[in-house]
Design a protein around this ligand. Sequence first.
Ligand code: FEO
Length: 167
Amino acid sequence: MQSKQVEKALNEQINEELYSAYAYLAMAAEADKLGLPGFVNWFKVQYAEELAHADRFFNFVLERDGTIELSAIGRPEIGEETALSLFEKALAHEQHITQLIFRLKDLARSESDHATDVFLEWFVKEQVEEEASTRAVIDQLKMVAGDPNGLFMIDRELAARKVEPAA
Ligand code: FEO
């Protein structure tokens, strides 16, 4: 049995992951306004990955005989953006999620909840990858500094990203 505190935190994380999906969907819409189909694709793939993250937490809570409590998903704060500001927002968001995963892990450990602690290992690694891949695009965008040819090349690269099958 999971402690009520861990269960509540896992439910909150489901909401965070769904919010992440929603935020990436908003970023995809903004990228479309900028006429960058490759960026739209990248954010849509990220959207799908976040839905899969929420599903992972959902299934784990049920597997542990817990109770799912879904709550309202907030409105993403995406305004008029540039290609660079979209990715900077994405990175800031992923850094926030990393902190939440670390806090969850601390909580699981403080409650001697080894099952949740082990379950969260996958997310710790995933966050390292997500931050790194987002940072890599920021570096590329800074390198081309708004040059349309460079942006076109990055857009082509981002168009190739595909949803990876669940591990
Ligand atoms: Fe589910 Fe991008 O963290």
